[in-house]
Ligand binder design. Structure first.
Ligand code: FES
Ligand SMILES: [Fe+2]
Length: 396
């Protein structure tokens, strides 16, 4: 009887975020990061898969063009053997079909320059924008218009906290890494903003060496904790841990555990986390004081995501930039991104074993600490611009 009641309440909660449960391949019609700008040099060809879309990029005269990475003739992928014979096109290495970079139209065939199908066949193109040292691609329906702004799909400037940098600030120092994680993208999103997963960080090098004790977790302390954040430029987010809306839990009597209050330690009053559509996390005051980190969990396919970590710091001059670079190389990257966050990757991949069956999303026994995850699911269900379907074999 008890079990039945529980099942029903789980089902009711899950109905409130039904679209999210369908988003195994991510949400379509959003901007996603694809590369750091410096990863694609002039004339270089790069391939990326986002939410099941195989995309090839070429940079010509500084500008980037994105096309479907599949030849209309017999399906060869351009990126498998890049061939470009002028500045306006990309040529398939197999039989020489040559497509315009900006419109994807078949312009010529190497061995059949008068062929009647020239001009009548095309492959799709993708909008590409390059800002703040990063390359973003708009992934989804080819005819989706109007194109939303790039800003609307990134964590916003947190105007009430002007000391913190914004991704597209002119004088921002930004540096980071990205790598592939073997879990569904939602397990990335739901790891970053999870207020009680701090448990997995307790053995972290920095935590142990500094003698600081992490709380046992965080619980919501105000109704604001689960509210949507809607920003003027269209960004939609929800709070993860922050010190206005959450309180640290320092004791568990059943287990006889209590965490000593820190005498001194890193400033944590401005440390706060928020999640943003379609797949980003903003962490203010990490990996150092007055830094921010943006993480993205970009769906690749149904079982992998590209995990991005980008550190941001406002710099007034060249000296600031040098200091920021040194901090990033000696602390931010090795101790923050690599050491501290390593266990997050392990956790996501471990959970993937369970969520391999996508039906498991929505079946969880959520508790009070999961409000950030539940709110995120509701937000994503409400503000997505479409659910990405699994690619048909013929489309890939
Ligand atoms: S498969 Fe590309 S030209 Fe034949
Ligand atoms: Fe974490």
């Amino acid at each position: 009887m008890k079990a039945q009641r529980m099942d029903r309440s789980v089902a009711i909660a899950a109905r409130e975020y039904a679209p999210y449960l369908e988003a195994t391949w991510g949400f379509k019609n959003h901007w996603y990061p694809a590369f750091f700008s410096q990863e694609i040099s002039e004339n270089e060809i790069k391939a990326v898969t986002i939410a099941g879309h195989d995309i090839v990029l070429r940079r010509v005269h500084g500008r980037l063009f994105g096309l479907r990475d599949k030849c209309a003739h017999r399906g060869a992928r351009f990126s498998q053997e890049p061939m470009c014979l002028n500045d306006e096109s990309i040529t398939c290495w197999y039989h020489g079909f040559t497509y315009g970079l900006s419109d994807g139209v078949l312009k010529t065939i190497l061995a059949s320059p008068e062929d009647p199908i020239i001009g009548k066949v095309r492959i799709r193109t993708y909008p590409v924008e390059e800002r703040g040292g990063m390359v973003f691609i708009f992934v989804g329906d080819e005819d989706y218009r109007p194109l939303p702004t790039l800003e609307s799909d990134q964590p916003p400037r947190m105007t009430d906290n002007p000391v913190f940098p914004y991704l597209f600030d002119e004088n921002v120092f930004s540096r980071g890494i990205h790598r592939t994680v073997n879990s569904n993208w939602r397990l990335g999103m739901e790891n970053g903003n999870d207020p009680t997963h701090i448990l997995i960080h307790r053995k972290n090098f920095y935590v142990v060496m500094s003698g600081s004790k992490l709380p046992l977790g965080f619980l919501p302390a105000s109704p604001e904790a689960g509210k949507f954040i809607e920003m003027p430029d269209g960004q939609k987010g929800v709070w993860g841990v922050n010190h206005d809306h959450y309180r640290p839990i320092m004791e568990n009597r059943y287990l006889g555990l209590s965490v000593p209050k820190p005498v001194a330690g890193p400033r944590i009053d401005t440390y706060r986390i928020s999640s943003w559509m379609p797949s980003a996390l903003l962490v203010e005051d990490f990996p150092g004081s007055e830094w921010s980190t943006i993480e993205w969990y970009v769906p690749i396919d149904d079982t992998r995501h590209e995990y991005w970590q980008v550190a941001l710091k406002l710099c007034r001059d060249e000296n600031d930039r040098k200091a920021a670079a040194e901090f990033y190389e000696t602390i931010g990257l090795p101790i923050g991104f690599e050491n501290f966050n390593e266990i997050d990757l392990v956790a996501r991949e471990r959970l993937q074993q369970h969520y391999q069956d996508p039906e498991q999303f929505g079946q969880e026994a959520f508790f009070a600490g999961d409000i950030a995850i539940v709110s995120w699911r509701k937000l994503a269900s409400r503000f997505n611009r479409g659910i990405q379907a699994a690619p048909q074999q013929s489309e890939r």
